[in-house]
Design a protein around this ligand. Sequence first.
Ligand code: GDP
Length: 288
Amino acid sequence: MPMTMIQWFPGHMAKAKREVQEKLKLIDVAFELLDARVPMSSRNPMIDDILGQKTRLILLNKADMADEAVTEQWIRYFRDQGRTAIAIDAQSGTGVKQIVAAAKEMVKDKFDKMRAKGIKNPRPVRALIVGIPNVGKSTLINRLAGRHIAKTGDKPGVTKAQQWIKVGKEMELLDTPGILWPKFEDEDVGYRLAVTGAIKDEILNLQDVAVYALRFLSSHYPERITERYGLDRIPDDIVALFDAIGRRRGCLTGGGGIDYDKVADIVLYDIRTEKLGRLSFETPALWT
Ligand code: GDP
């Protein structure tokens, strides 16, 4: 399925925020869906303001593709901030069972109060998924619903009558997620989202994205590069690294030079299809 990238304008952002805040009135807990490989870059920059005091559970999705040790660091990072985060893989369902249990635990006080007021059988816990495009919102909705729920267009302002999806007996989920925007003005964010495939390749220059990725991998996962491309060591110079990978992979132009577009394609393909293993492109150390 082609990735969709929305055109976000200030008016769209204001509207998206308003739409999420309307939905907040209906729910007990918001699931903030982040990409485990880039939790900060896949986060809406105004999320604290948008969600306010609403009970929030952070879900680090696509954990199957992320570096497990780094995901653990992120869970601790969020815990230190007084938040609960769990690692999930919405595609296969790993970790998804924990969501209902964690949500119930988080709203326990509120529901205990309902019981204290004499409500014998409180209603199911009501939840909403919020996140930027391509973070896995629809996949998670389908996974929790146990069936296919039609996806609404990734366009703020496209409304349809929303419905509650039953998730077992104890939870209900709004079938339309809250779609939020990433931090566009930050160049690193753009590159990280591009590397992980969250934004369309056409938007950024593919070679630039591959340069960004290879620089990062050279300093954080050098052995993955040397192993995959059969190199003795990582050259100091990024062009030399492109050349070395290009030679190993036979990415040559008609004139015998290196086809850098082809190298970029291969590297990004390898990253996105886990040929370089599980990778995380952000660690909490950058934020502490
Ligand atoms: P949305 O725009 O937030 O609704 O994102 P989608 O649910 O459409 O997912 C975007 C892409 O990520 C799709 O290709 C999904 O198959 C993929 N995806 C979603 N969740 C996971 C996950 O946990 N692991 C992996 N590997 N891929 C996922």
